[in-house]
Ligand binder design. Structure first.
Ligand code: ABN
Length: 179
């Protein structure tokens, strides 16, 4: 292992000869500052999407999020096929008590007339209770026939849920902001 010691020593001395302490510290600082911003990027976008979910509620910001989330015409429902959780004891983004969101979701893109932008939406089926039966909404924008199951919204996504296979209703969460 002496050869490894010699190699390490020689290369360390070579680096030391070529660089001043100030330049090493400068480069180290640049790497640390750069590295600290990298993990913030997706977190920041996730946080922005979270904010859009909460403060885009029509009761808090009607100009930017127009329409009634308890009706099928509301803009976020352009790709939905299911019972609206807003009519079933839940909200736009949260499942009703006694149910939980399926792990697998159907993703769509809908246009918000309030800010004239397109948003990526996740339609999460809420599982664990029998069908809610209220506010059926079947708009299907971007839907494909059932023979392409991962591009079809006509699927009970509760099949992948640990709670129960029983489908109750669907929530609609903003997961992606427009570029
Ligand atoms: N993804 C909503 C749904 C649930 C059960 C059956 C069809 C569609």
């Amino acid at each position: 292992m002496k050869w490894l010691d010699d190699l390490t020593e020689d290369s360390t001395r070579a680096v030391a000869r070529r660089s001043s302490r100030r330049s090493v510290l400068g480069r180290l600082a640049a790497v640390l500052v750069g590295a600290s911003t990298v993990p913030l990027l997706p977190v920041e976008r996730g946080a922005a999407a979270e904010a859009a979910n909460s403060d885009a509620g029509s009761d808090t910001n009607p100009a930017k999020d127009p329409g009634d989330p308890t009706t099928c015409e509301y803009w976020r429902y352009c790709g939905i096929d299911g019972f609206l959780c807003t009519c079933c004891g839940g909200s736009l983004t949260t499942c009703p008590p006694g149910t939980e969101p399926a792990a697998v979701t159907w993703i769509g893109t809908c246009h918000n007339p309030g800010d004239d932008k397109d948003y990526i939406l996740s339609y999460n089926d809420c599982c664990g209770k029998s069908s809610c039966g209220r506010c059926l909404c079947n708009r299907n924008e971007g839907d494909t026939p059932i023979y392409q199951p991962f591009l079809s919204n006509d699927v009970n996504w509760c099949v992948g849920s640990k709670a129960d296979i029983a489908y109750h209703c669907t929530v609609s969460r903003i997961v992606g902001l427009p570029k």
